[in-house]
Structure formats: structure tokens, C-alpha cells
Design a protein around this ligand. Structure first.
Ligand SMILES: NC(=O)c1ccc[n+]([C@@H]2O[C@H](COP(=O)([O-])OP(=O)(O)OC[C@H]3O[C@@H](n4cnc5c(N)ncnc54)[C@H](O)[C@@H]3O)[C@@H](O)[C@H]2O)c1
Length: 347
């Protein structure tokens, strides 16, 4: 797979890789759930069956424990089989990029490597892929865990991740009629409400006065905030709720302890870094045995999804390199097919 042909521009004999910026990625379907849901369905099943390789991701925090929880760079490597490809997402975050610099909080590049030579074969802008793969995980999970025909979404936190979740879910589930939005910055909630009003005129969007009002109204609940301490107790959740805990720190311990089913993407990745599951395990109140499943087991049919309309189901999706690399590989495959992107010489 490694490109060893001379670059059309430089005319030199050099290995080369394909660079795909955000516009290139969008041009091959990278701003739509279909590409991601398709790639993830296969990758998550492969992961649950042990057919992927995914080392634990290191967090680089230049300011150590003093820094904000969202100030970090994370290295996320994985090998995803069938057809095999290796890669790394290198994703940086500064919590005040939006407010202090007018930038998106997260930025990323993804490198794909040819498994035969381990040479880099592609470099992709990574934060678009990261946001859409996160939303597609929720779409896939909602197929199995949301009440069939659900109509009401609650979104807490209306930044890049929240807005991508809302756009993906409303495309994937035509049954959604209403979105309840809350953000500690009301301008962010109103801006997203206006945008959805234009993009999805059939959907009723309300901005609520509190997180509690939004959560109580939602059948599918999506926290996408920068919270570093929990604020959603079990008592806010109605029977039948599916809560996808995208931003990980928003949900109180009692939700993990009282939900009918707790599902994670990967147990090892979830049980670390003092996240809520890790705190519960250290407290001795939660364990792998109490977990209902890893998401891929449910997609593979080896564990059940929702079993009745009353169940309250919690998904704790830490986010996995396997997801990024599987999605980036599909973007790369489609870009090669359509001859989109810019070739870069390595030498
Ligand atoms: N699980 C995953 O796979 C995954 C993947 C990517 C991002 N994330 C997480 O998603 C979160 C959001 O990322 P983003 O890029 O959209 O950030 P962002 O800065 O663009 O947006 C965050 C929004 O949340 C609001 N907010 C912050 N704290 C809040 C609170 N306590 N209550 C309500 N609103 C609050 C902010 O005002 C802002 O509008 C981050 O925590 C990130 O780590 C998770």
C-alpha cells in the first residue's frame, strides 16, 4: 500500500502520503453519519471480538494537575483489521480556545500507516473525524438502547461535539421531533437552536433554563460539556431514558449504581484516569461483573440491547482510537477512489 512512485509535483523518487484537509474529508462524506456508522459497526464488533490492537492512550498535560481538565494532548494509536491498517490520532485541547482565541477547543491530526511497511501513507485533519465518529457511536448505540420511536433529545453543552451529536442524530433518526438544549453559556445554546432551525426546520428546538429541565424532558440525554464534576443525579432520569455520557464527568455515581444497564466502549479504557467508573471501582462499589456489556458485544448480538420500555440505560463512551482509525481509513479509501487530496513527499 505504501506509495513509492515519484511525486507528480517534485519528480523525485520518494515515499509519499496523501494529505486530506477538512474540505477533502467533507467531500467524501466525512460530514455525514453514514460513513462513520458503517465503519464503526464493523470496527466495534471487531474490537469486542479481540481483533483489534489498542494500547492505552497516554494523556500529555503540560501543566500537570494544575491545568484545566480539558487542557491536554492525547495520543491514540490502534490497529484495525480487515483490511488491516494502523494509525494514530494526536488530539490537542485547550478549554479556552473558543473564548480566548476564537478557535475550536480541539484540534487533531490522524496518521495512517501501511501495516506492511509501517510507513505513513496518509495525514488527515482529525477533529472533524473525531467529532463525527463520536456522534456516530451515539447513533449506533441509540439503535440498540433508545426506546424505539423516541422523539425527544436533551443536549447539555452546545459546542462542537454537542452540535455534531444533534446534527447526526436528527439525520439518523427521523422520529426525533424535539430537542431540548442547555448550555451554561446561553448564547451557545441559542446559536445552535438557530442553526438547527435552519438546517432541520421540522424539529422543534427549545432552550431550557437549567440542565435539569433539559434532562427531565429527554428520552435520549447527551451531556457534551467541559464539566469536571458530576451534576446529573439518577432522580432526573425518566423511565426509558438512554443517556450517552459523551463528556464522561457529568453523571453522578448513583446513575452508574442504579441504571438498569451500564455499557462502555472498552472496560480497560473506562476504568482509569480517576473517571467516575474508576472512582467507583476504587470505592469497591462497581466492577466488570456489574457492567452489562461493551458496546461491540451488543452490536455483535452476543449481549442484549434494550429489553423493555422502562429500562434506564447508561452508555459511557470514553472514545477509542479504534474508532478514529477505522473511520479515517474509510475516509482515506473513499478519497483514493475519488482522487481527492494532496500528495506529500516524505523525502
Ligand atoms: N467520549 C468521546 O468520545 C468524546 C469525543 C470528543 C469529545 N468529547 C468531550 O466532549 C466535550 C465537549 O467538547 P467540545 O469540543 O464540544 O467543547 P466546546 O468547548 O466546543 O463546547 C463545550 C460547551 O459546553 C458548555 N459547557 C461547559 N461546561 C458546562 C456545564 N457544566 N453545563 C452546561 N454546559 C457547559 C460550554 O459553554 C460550551 O458551549 C469535552 O468534554 C470532550 O472531552 C468526548
Amino acid at each position: 500500500m505504501t506509495e513509492t512512485l515519484a511525486s507528480p509535483d517534485a519528480g523525485t523518487d520518494s515515499p509519499r502520503m496523501l494529505y486530506l484537509n477538512r474540505r477533502d474529508i467533507a467531500a467524501v462524506g466525512g460530514a455525514d453519519p453514514e460513513l462513520y456508522v458503517t465503519a464503526l459497526r464493523a470496527a466495534l464488533v471487531a474490537h469486542a471480538a479481540g481483533r483489534t490492537v489498542q494500547p492505552l492512550k497516554p494523556y500529555l498535560r503540560a501543566n500537570g494537575k494544575q491545568g484545566h481538565i480539558a487542557d491536554r494532548i492525547i495520543a491514540m494509536p490502534a490497529y484495525v483489521g480487515d483490511p488491516g491498517i494502523s494509525g494514530l490520532k494526536w488530539i490537542g485541547s485547550k478549554h479556552d480556545n473558543p473564548t480566548a482565541r476564537g478557535l475550536e477547543r480541539a484540534s487533531a491530526v490522524i496518521v495512517l500507516n501501511d501495516p506492511e511497511t509501517n510507513y505513513p501513507i496518509a495525514l488527515l485533519e482529525g477533529s472533524l473525524i473525531s467529532a463525527w465518529r463520536t456522534a456516530a457511536v451515539t447513533c449506533l448505540a441509540a439503535e440498540y438502547f433508545a426506546r424505539p420511536g423516541f422523539t425527544d433529545l436533551a443536549l447539555i453543552g452546545c459546542g462542537v461535539i454537542g452540535s455534531t451529536q444533534l446534527r447526526a442524530l436528527t439525520r439518523w433518526f427521523p422520529n426525533i421531533t424535539t430537542a431540548h438544549l442547555f448550555d451554561t453559556d446561553p448564547d451557545a445554546a441559542h446559536a445552535l437552536a438557530d442553526r438547527i432551525g435552519v438546517e432541520r426546520p421540522g424539529i422543534e428546538v427549545t432552550v431550557t433554563g437549567s440542565a435539569e429541565d433539559a434532562v427531565r424532558a429527554g428520552e435520549v440525554v447527551l451531556p457534551c460539556t467541559l464539566a469536571d464534576a458530576p451534576y446529573i443525579p439518577f432522580s432526573w432520569l425518566s423511565p426509558g431514558t438512554f443517556l450517552a455520557n459523551v463528556s464522561i464527568m457529568d453523571v453522578h455515581k448513583d446513575v452508574f449504581l442504579n441504571a438498569d444497564k451500564v455499557v462502555v466502549d472498552d472496560w480497560e479504557q473506562s476504568n482509569r484516569e480517576k473517571k467516575i467508573i474508576n472512582q467507583l471501582v476504587l470505592d469497591g462499589t462497581f466492577s466488570r461483573e456489574q457492567l452489562h456489556a461493551e458496546l461491540g458485544e451488543v452490536l455483535a448480538g452476543t449481549r442484549p440491547g434494550r429489553e423493555d420500555d422502562e429500562e434506564i440505560i447508561l452508555l459511557n463512551p470514553m472514545g477509542m482510537a479504534v474508532e478514529d482509525i477505522a473511520c479515517a481509513a474509510e475516509v482515506h479509501r473513499r478519497a483514493r477512489e475519488k482522487e481527492i487530496g494532496t500528495w506529500l513527499d516524505l523525502y
